[in-house]
Design a protein around this ligand. Structure first.
Ligand code: PLP
Length: 401
């Protein structure tokens, strides 16, 4: 059996999304900026796609949603534009983020530090989320931006995003949130929260790869991402990838309507809980960060005595795809930085396996995965000389069994 449980890395494109895209990869190939009928043939579906994006995240007419190539681009754009506008050409010096952001944020911040920007990487608590007081304490008069993720890619932990937005508003500081792991898993409503900017990527919610967006609240101005033509109101020049934009719009509609979110919470959540509960019956396993306030599809489990990478290979041989840490970083065997940030002991940091489900998983797949995980742990612990079960190891403050 093949079981794909790595949906936080990327998702299968929904066949309905592909159907919407196909005409724009074949006969409707016009450039949307052309005045002839080939150009105008692209317009209705582009408008529809934009409508789906606005509805999906609760944006208003005066706001912008700028199509980018992915969340990485959107995150880079926000940080570098704030640097140019408010630090190089303004009187601010400081950016606040958390220590558990995706590298699309942290690596960009590290780069900005080499340019003289002062960055605070806020610590998370033992549950892996930011304590709002930590943010209050870190804000300075010269803070230009706060960038804190909506939900964490490794643990699925949902951040106290409303409180963070309120603190930023009170302090008069712009608030950006990387919502890449939240869209389609929990309700993301930019107005309800009061966030100034959010980033996301379509391939995380059953859309195509290579397309994402930056939401920018009306009234917030950013230096353009790319200079060139007048596409995207001159904010991101370059001929729009119509097929991808149409695909992202459809994917957004399918993933964020209230019934879809209810399905995610109830059905996908039930599958995740079934998997997790069965795995936690294995001695010396814990859920990193605990089980409260998570996206319904994700669990990050540590198997003491079992190297995460070895576990992945065993599972891979059995037809199961899971992950240790960020997909982009999994080629090196460095301990997962998110797990280190939790203050996990160094062994735990090397023994985490992330299972991330989607609406396309079935109960049969989950039961097969449970069986294979149990076999893999037994085999790998059997050959590991360093692992010795002790009842003490079975209890950890970090997670719930
Ligand atoms: C939270 C988060 N932000 C940003 C990204 C980057 O997404 P992309 O590679 O589509 O740019 C990811 C991908 O894993 C992510 O999980």
């Amino acid at each position: 059996m093949e079981v794909y449980l790595d949906n936080n890395a990327t998702t299968m494109i929904d066949p309905k999304v592909l159907d919407e895209m196909m005409p724009f990869l074949t006969e409707k190939y016009g450039n949307p900026n052309s005045l002839h009928k080939y150009g105008s043939a692209t317009h209705p579906k582009m408008v529809e796609a934009i409508d789906h994006l606005y509805t999906g995240i609760g944006a208003a007419d005066e706001d912008d949603i700028i199509i980018t190539s992915n969340a990485t681009e959107a995150n880079n754009w926000v940080l570098k534009s704030i640097w140019i506008d408010k630090i190089l050409n303004g009187d601010k010096k400081h950016i606040i983020t958390s220590e558990v952001e995706h590298p699309a944020i942290t690596a960009t911040c590290k780069f900005l530090e080499t340019m003289g920007v002062e960055v605070s990487y806020l610590e998370v608590n033992e549950e892996g989320v930011l304590d709002p007081q930590t943010l209050r304490d870190a804000l300075r008069d010269d803070t230009a931006l706060v960038s804190i993720m909506w939900a964490n890619n490794e643990t699925g932990k949902i951040f106290p995003i409303k409180e963070i937005a309120d603190i930023c508003k009170e302090a008069g500081v712009l608030f950006h949130s990387d919502a890449t792991q939240a869209i389609g898993k929990v309700k993301v409503d930019v107005k309800e929260i009061g966030v100034d900017m959010i980033s996301f990527s379509a391939h995380k919610f059953h859309g195509p790869k290579g397309v994402g967006a930056l939401y920018i609240r009306g009234g917030v101005s950013l230096t353009p991402c790319f200079h060139g033509g007048e596409q995207m109101g001159g904010k991101r020049a370059g001929t729009v990838d119509v097929a991808s934009m149409v695909g992202m719009g459809k994917a957004m509609q399918l993933a964020t309507n209230p019934m879809a979110i209810a399905y995610e919470v109830n059905h996908v959540g039930m599958l995740r809980n079934r998997l997790e509960a069965a795995i936690l019956e294995i001695p010396d396993t814990i859920v990193i960060g605990g089980t409260e306030n998570r996206t319904p599809n994700t669990t990050l489990i540590s198997f003491r005595g079992v190297e995460g990478e070895s576990m992945l290979w065993d599972l891979n041989r059995a037809g199961i795809a899971a992950s240790t840490g960020s997909a982009c970083a999994s080629e090196d065997l460095e301990a997962n930085p998110v797990m280190n940030a939790f203050g996990s002991d160094s062994e735990l940091a090397h023994t985490g396996v992330r299972f991330s489900l989607s609406r396309f998983n079935t109960i049969e797949q989950i039961d097969y995965a449970i069986e294979q995980v149990k076999k893999a742990v037994e085999r790998l612990r059997g050959i590991s000389s360093s692992y010795a079960y002790s009842p003490k190891n079975h209890v950890s403050g970090l997670g719930a069994h």
